[in-house]
Design a protein around this ligand. Structure first.
Ligand SMILES: Nc1nc2c(c(=O)[nH]1)N[C@H]1C(S)=C(S)[C@@H](COP(=O)(O)O)O[C@H]1N2
Ligand SMILES: [Mo]
Length: 201
């Protein structure tokens, strides 16, 4: 288990990677593991992905149904609020936009709470999720995700700090009004744009 509390000194150790590293970030080569609680044990036979809340119809997909969705590959850097960035990742999975073909949000549904195995949640605007870089990934650089990095499925939101990239994702609750998720209610910024250094609120 590894917990990363807000680090007020994040970014004091600067190393640039050209114009691609946001302010206050340093590039790492080895991928750190950071999360709250224990790595969940997941059984693909009972795994399901659920969509509920402000939608015209709830949706539940089992693992096979999720894997049957068309796949995509996204190349992106990731930036953690604790100050490290990892460049040139290749993610393979299902684009958020692809999943949205099966979801009819009600007109007032502008926000989404992402739910995971365990108690972790994170909130995003539907607009941020609809960015073409956002996907549900099961592979990183050609390998299945390891359990500690979110196997079987994690959300990847490259344009926002990595706490928005929920590991062990199991569902989405569409909402009319925004609500803070796990870290957002503990002092992290509501949106988390690394280019604006939206670290803490
Ligand atoms: N389910 C879940 N997802 C999570 C977290 C968590 O505690 N639980 N931590 C977040 C935070 S704060 C970070 S920095 C990244 C770390 O991802 P990594 O361990 O793959 O580097 O996962 C994010 N996704
Ligand atoms: Mo984090």
């Amino acid at each position: 288990m590894a917990i990363d509390p807000p680090d007020r000194n994040a970014g004091s150790d600067r190393q640039s990677h050209g114009e691609r590293t946001p302010p206050g970030q340093r590039v790492v080569e080895n991928w750190p593991v950071l999360h709250e609680g224990a790595v969940p044990r997941v059984d693909l036979k009972t795994w399901s992905f659920r969509v509920w809340g402000e939608v015209e119809e709830e949706l539940t997909l089992d693992w096979q149904e999720f894997m049957a969705l068309p796949k995509t590959t996204v190349s992106a850097d990731v930036h953690c609020v604790t100050g490290w960035s990892m460049m040139d990742n290749t993610w393979e999975g299902v684009a958020f936009r692809e999943l949205m073909k099966h979801i009819r949000p009600k007109p007032q549904a502008h926000h989404v709470m992402v739910h995971c195995d365990g108690d972790y949640t994170t909130n995003l605007s539907l607009e941020d999720l609809l960015d073409e870089s956002v996907l549900f990934a099961y592979k990183h650089n050609g390998q299945d995700l390891t359990p500690e990095h979110g196997w079987p499925l994690r959300l990847v939101v490259p344009k926002l700090y990595l706490w928005k990239s929920a590991k062990w994702v199991r569902g989405l609750c569409f909402m009319q009004e925004d609500r803070p998720g796990f870290w957002e209610s503990r002092g992290y910024h509501n949106r988390g744009d690394p280019w604006r250094e939206e670290r803490f609120s």
